[in-house]
Design a protein around this ligand. Sequence first.
Ligand code: AMP
Ligand code: MN
Ligand code: MN
Length: 310
Amino acid sequence: MCHIHPDGDAIGSLLAFGWLLAALPDPPTVVLACADSVPPALQFLPGADGITAAPPAGPWDAIVALDASDPARLGDIYRAVLDSPASEQPDVLVIDHHITNPGFGALNYVDPAAAATAQLVLRLADALAVPIRDEAALCLMTGLVTDTLAFRTSNVDAAVLAAASRLADHGVSIAAIVQRTLSDQPAAILRLWGLALSELRVEDGVVWSVVTRAMRAAAGVTGEEDGKLVSQLINAAEARAAVLFNEQADGTVEVDLRARPGYDIAQVALSLGGGGHPQAAGCTLPGGWAEARARVLPLVRAAVEVARPR
Ligand code: AMP
Ligand code: MN
Ligand code: MN
């Protein structure tokens, strides 16, 4: 299983882990599951059409959670499988790189120094002496590319580039992945950005904006996605941190947080019931977005109060 609202690292790691298990000498029966459907931009990944949002009740020996910082991030399918009478207490194995992960499995392979969960799956394949197939290489590279914004985040080091170099040996095109997963946006999303960017505010180094249901309707966006607008907000030269409030259909507000290197907003997200990384985190809050703003902005402002050298 991977996390709800899946990104390239969630789907890429899930699929690559599936390829890894299939290559074991005595392959187990595997179901790949995600509580939300695979976004169109990730449907090109080999095996994506085999991911289910309704895994059978079991019996299962184990649940493997990939790229999920806590059990709630796995959605309702996690409890459904874990508590199914057909499964006698499956073991939970957690493979993740979020600094806020409490280690909710019986076995936890959690490394916050990794830039993507895909990097950990590649390490596991090496440890198990499983050869990487071309399909797995494409999935793993997609995880690396999306979580590092094409190798531009501050956690990109020699190990990340070495992993990417190995995957590139399989003929994987980084440019094609970047285009499909990071650059391409439906025109309606760009229109939505226009509406949200016109509301942008800068306060004490915190750049923030909101995507409301009304904006989404005006822009012609039907889903709940916003094209990761917060990644644009943090590009404001004035920004130490960026916040995007995104009104969800169920009345909650998804809060996306970003911080420049030297600042840490992971703990802000954790204190609000969410999680993430020092430079990229998020949480989901009940109530309207004005209420969310009143709760979140003071905490973010406090987290970036002391200026760090650029
Ligand atoms: P995103 O803004 O969706 O790219 O997410 C940035 C990071 O924050 C990711 O690593 C997510 O796992 C984490 N994150 C985002 N939203 C939530 C949430 N509602 N609860 C917990 N973690 C979140
Ligand atoms: Mn993810
Ligand atoms: Mn990740």
